[in-house]
Design a protein around this ligand. Structure first.
Ligand code: NDP
Length: 449
């Protein structure tokens, strides 16, 4: 591997040894882009790779709120403005009890290259808090969101930094956050957040976009293999926002999701999670703040397997991890290989350990990286920003068509990039290279800072 790349990876491992998720993602991205650095010695002279692993700035702040019983709680909020070379910082907010600096930094670093891949003019950012909305009342969530935004509003804006949702942050939270921003600023700058409700500037298809985009990306892979999505069975982890979008688009295209999972176990629904009623049930379950996934099995007469994961089942054609980070390590990868399932499409951010990815690839599984497959969400967020700045509202079909062509563009760019460097059909390397090249070019042209 390129010496400079190795040096920077070692530097990050040592300096950030207490941030394992961040180290893992830097290692994954930088290992892929070594061939690019080989032919660009000027990157080392400009110390480009070390500059890229340091966020341009990162805020950590106190978020204090009062619960329904009058008890005061203190949480930690973060916003990491990782890289603004190609556009305003852009990336979601995650509200979950395990959120820490390492997770926010890994997500911000990934987001930089993902946003670049979309072809939209957006830089990379991420934020969030160790607050978990699960089990909280609407009034408590509102109190938290208002306090969070009061701490953050000075540092964001439609041309500065545009947060969105992620785990634990959906339409309800974005509404409370935007309301507080508008109160504090005294102006209707709705381009400051994406994932908004339709009544105040949200884009059609945004809630579905990440899942829809992942399925469009999967279609391109299947085409490459001379195959098609029609009739395929899919195991999806999670039953959240992204998983729901996958289920919906798969059903529209004649495929079906037959497995889904949550922290408490998994569902096997051989009929497919593909009717309006079932999809609405999942939406209602999530918005009720309940994690009672078993209630789906009770309602639709299928199997719920408590406390287990489904990795290793062999009655599906495709695996799509879409829940959270670190879902698949070596143990799960061995089960996946043994199942004979050929396609593994990452959709959640960093669901797979680097070791497990290598194992899957070595055993002939086609692995798609989340950076590319889940980029449709932020891609449509960028379309939401465009609609807001032009005071326009595009039709559902228009947004969906743009999303589909964006995903094809991401796939094509990735394939072209790995071929150009003689790496064959390697979607992971291709996505990392294509995402990296544009950010690197912009940073090199903007001078040393
Ligand atoms: P949600 O909060 O809507 O859903 C997360 C889902 O994951 C829930 O069903 C949850 O189930 C499940 N889950 C959490 N932990 C585990 C676990 N240990 N094992 C199995 N299931 C688990 O999040 P999103 O759908 O929005 O996001 C999912 C992933 O996609 C994240 O990695 C996110 O960063 C990524 N992503 C999201 C985008 C978006 O537009 N929302 C855009 C790009 C990426 P339970 O509640 O039972 O724990």
């Amino acid at each position: 591997m390129n010496r400079y790349v190795e040096e920077v990876i070692s530097y990050v491992k040592e300096k950030y040894s207490n941030q394992p998720e961040f180290v893992q993602t830097v290692e994954e991205v930088y290992s892929s882009i070594a061939p690019v650095v080989d032919v660009h010695p000027e990157f080392e002279k400009a110390d480009l790779l070390k500059r890229m692993v340091e966020p341009e700035r990162m805020f950590r702040f106190r978020v204090v709120w009062t619960d329904d019983e009058g008890k005061v709680h203190t949480n930690v909020g973060y916003r990491c403005q990782f890289n603004g070379a190609i556009g305003p910082y852009k990336g979601g907010l995650r509200f979950k009890d395990n959120v820490n600096e390492s997770i926010i930094k890994f997500l911000g670093f990934e987001q930089t290259f993902k946003n670049s891949l979309t072809g939209q003019p957006i830089g990379g950012a991420k934020g969030g808090s160790d607050f978990d909305p699960a089990g909280k009342s609407d009034a408590e969530i509102m109190a938290f969101c208002q306090s969070f935004m009061t701490a953050l509003y000075r540092y964001i804006g439609p041309d500065v930094d545009v947060p969105a949702g992620d785990i634990g942050v959906g339409g309800r939270e974005i509404g409370f956050l935007y309301g507080q921003y508008r109160r504090l600023k005294g102006s209707f700058e709705n381009g400051v957040l994406t994932g908004k409700g339709l009544s105040y500037g949200g884009s059609l298809i945004r809630p579905e976009a990440t899942g829809y985009g992942a399925v469009y990306y999967l279609e391109e892979i299947l085409k490459h293999e001379g195959d098609s999505i029609r009739g395929k069975k899919i195991a999806v982890s999670g039953y959240g926002n992204v998983s729901w979008g996958i289920m919906k688009k798969a059903a529209q295209l004649g495929a079906k999701v037959t497995y889904m999972s949550g922290s408490a176990g998994y569902i096997h629904d051989e009929e497919g999670i593909d009717t309006e009623e079932k999809l609405q049930f999942i939406l209602d379950l999530r918005s009720s703040n309940s994690k009672d996934l078993k209630s789906y099995a009770d309602r639709f007469g299928c199997e719920f397997v408590p406390k287990e994961k489904f990795w290793g089942v062999n009655d599906v054609d495709i695996y799509m991890p879409a829940a959270t980070q670190n879902e698949v390590g070596m143990k799960e990868a061995e089960k996946i290989v043994a199942s004979g399932v050929k396609y593994y499409i990452e959709v959640s951010n960093m669901p797979t350990s680097n070791e497990a990815i290598a194992y899957l690839k070595d055993h002939g599984v086609i692995v798609a990286p989340s950076k590319a497959a889940n980029a449709g969400g932020v891609g449509v967020s960028a379309l939401e920003m465009s609609q807001n700045s032009e005071r326009l509202s595009w039709s559902e079909k228009e947004v969906d068509d743009r999303l589909k062509s964006m995903m094809k563009g991401i796939y094509d760019k990735s394939v072209e990039a790995c071929e150009r460097y003689g790496l064959g059909y390697d979607l992971i390397a291709g996505a990392n290279i294509a995402g990296f090249e544009k950010v690197a070019e912009a940073m090199m042209e903007q001078g040393i800072f």
